[in-house]
Design a protein around this ligand. Structure first.
Ligand SMILES: [Zn+2]
Length: 278
């Protein structure tokens, strides 16, 4: 009973209210917060008046930096803020260089707060962070991943899911190509299987995170066929992080394999030399 109550409370909290970064930098354009919900209004006020620091990627530094938020509300009280209406701007300054600034714009009414602008765009700083996946994905797949990120940053939810699903399906197909080479691979069962069954058949060739979280694919498919634009945007970050986890694991596996191959070669060489000098 108690658990159920906690769950209900969690559902009401918009995921973009979780941190200053999520609120100001990751919330998609035109996302609207309903200030009639008490907890939403309180949290939105807290982030609108936030003057602390935020860890975020700086596109000019080309790496993670610490940003200082400017408080433009200068001690406006919560009740005054609730009655307030009009356009509002928040600025984040990179602590390495004051000219590195992120601007975020909002339209505030008595009952709602809507994000209406962001410069540089969320895609501008999210895409350079995806750069590390370029090599493991290949050029075509990398383009699809960044297109998905770009669409979500501009408020296109379902379309962004289409690209993420393609990235996911390609990871599966890559594993399928490898598995087919093995004797005893059940090609018939694979062809007829649902995605979760396919993943199970390919599990020796897939990152553990993907096998453990096969449900990611059903979220993506459900997004394309059943969820609304808004719901897709709401879950975009979760699904993107899931895919990044899979790609991170692939990168580590590849690095490990490369290192092992080099070590093997060096050991063989050393062994040969020692034997030769004996
Ligand atoms: Zn910077």
């Amino acid at each position: 009973m108690e658990n159920k109550e906690i769950q209900n409370v969690e559902i009401e909290i918009d995921p973009y209210l979780e941190s200053s970064k999520a609120f100001h930098l990751e919330m998609p354009l035109y996302h609207t917060l309903d200030l009639a919900i008490g907890i939403t209004a309180e949290k939105a006020y807290a982030w609108m008046t936030y003057s602390g620091t935020t860890d975020a990627y700086c596109i000019w530094c080309g790496k993670e930096s610490v940003f200082d938020a400017e408080d433009h509300l200068y001690g406006t009280t919560y009740s005054a803020w609730r009655k307030d209406a009009g356009f509002r701007r928040n600025v984040y300054r990179c602590s390495r260089d004051n000219d590195h600034r992120y601007f975020v714009y909002y339209l505030k009414t008595k009952e709602s707060l809507q994000k209406i602008g962001q410069w540089p765009s969320a895609a501008d700083f999210q895409i350079p962070q995806a750069e590390k996946y370029r090599k493991i994905l290949g050029e075509e797949e990398y383009k699809e991943l960044t297109r998905g990120i770009g669409l979500a940053a501009h408020g296109v939810g379902i379309g962004s899911f289409v690209y993420l699903r393609r990235v996911f399906e390609n990871l599966i197909e890559e594993a399928h190509v490898l598995a087919q080479k093995e004797t005893g691979f059940n090609q018939e069962a694979y062809k007829k299987g649902r995605m979760d069954e396919k993943i199970e058949l390919l599990k020796n060739h897939l990152p553990d995170f993907l096998v453990e979280n096969k449900v990611l694919y059903s979220i993506l498919s459900k997004g394309i066929h059943e969820l609304t634009e808004y719901e897709c945007l709401q879950y975009f970050e979760t699904v993107k992080i899931g895919i990044e986890q899979i790609l991170d694991e692939k990168i580590i596996q590849r690095e490990k394999a490369d290192k092992a191959a080099k070590a093997r070669e060096a050991i063989q060489k050393a062994h040969g030399k020692i034997n030769g000098t004996k």
